[in-house]
Design a protein around this ligand. Sequence first.
Ligand SMILES: NC(=O)c1ccc[n+]([C@@H]2O[C@H](COP(=O)([O-])OP(=O)(O)OC[C@H]3O[C@@H](n4cnc5c(N)ncnc54)[C@H](OP(=O)(O)O)[C@@H]3O)[C@@H](O)[C@H]2O)c1
Length: 285
Amino acid sequence: MHPVTTSLRGKVALVTGANTGIGLVTARELARAGAKVWVACRSQAKAEAAMAEMRAAVPDAELVFLPLDLGSLDATRKAAHQFLASGDSLHLLVNNAGLAGFQGTTDDGFEIQFGTNHLGPYLFTRLLLDRVIASAPARIVNVASQGHYKSNGIPFDKLREKTRTVTGFPEYCDSKLANVLFTKALAQRLQGTGVTTYSLHPGVVASDIWRRLPQPLRWIAMRFMITNDQGALTSLHCATSPSVAEQSGLYYDKQTEKKPAKLARDPALAEELWLRSAQWVGLAP
Ligand SMILES: NC(=O)c1ccc[n+]([C@@H]2O[C@H](COP(=O)([O-])OP(=O)(O)OC[C@H]3O[C@@H](n4cnc5c(N)ncnc54)[C@H](OP(=O)(O)O)[C@@H]3O)[C@@H](O)[C@H]2O)c1
């Protein structure tokens, strides 16, 4: 039994971070349902290996590689322009790529979790937005995390410096709060366009995201996690289920709508994040 039950023939999807983990399964299952899938990754070698793996499972999969490094605003602009130049529609944008547990900054000097998990995807989405609207009905899915419940807010004064904590976990949680807030702000702006937005927690998944966790802790912890196939179910639900077609701006867990953290429901915070993000990436609000 495959998770996507509706036909996506004639549809175009783009999945970021599709070379491994939840993103690979998401891309593979969208392709299995008939979508043409853009595999947007920072490593061409990894993307090609992943596309070979997807084709082994889905021989007629229509896959296209798009070079995308979300840790660089310049590279993100290039990727968006390359996609737009293809002339393709964009019915399903899945902002899946993300990292956790790193220290440092992005190429543009933003805290690495915030820059990669929020600011890059914010810019990428905004640059693709007109194409998504022109392709409506269309959906934008942002893979967030239950980690957002642990965030104390968006630390606007600490985002243009390297990671302060040793684990990078508080910064990760803040970046995931940003994903939920962005989804909400985007939904508001897209009202009446036929484009709907979704944020979600995929579950605690035995993917590469735990690569920074020291051994043997990683090995032990991963034994209790769900598989990447299970971890992709909520992304696929948000991207394709007819049952959520009329919903927008909401947060999901285990393929069910769930109330996000109080901070994630703060419209003023969502608006401030949108405006500051626009300023940082050089776009009009
Ligand atoms: N696994 C979990 O338990 C869990 C829980 C909650 C939320 N999530 C979220 O689920 C999403 C998918 O994560 P995963 O668990 O599948 O992790 P993963 O296996 O580590 O995959 C993450 C993907 O993001 C890509 N990526 C990282 N930095 C990038 C950049 N600068 N530019 C472009 N792509 C980049 C990675 O590429 P490389 O292979 O080149 O590094 C990889 O393809 C993430 O947003 C994560 O925060 C995961």
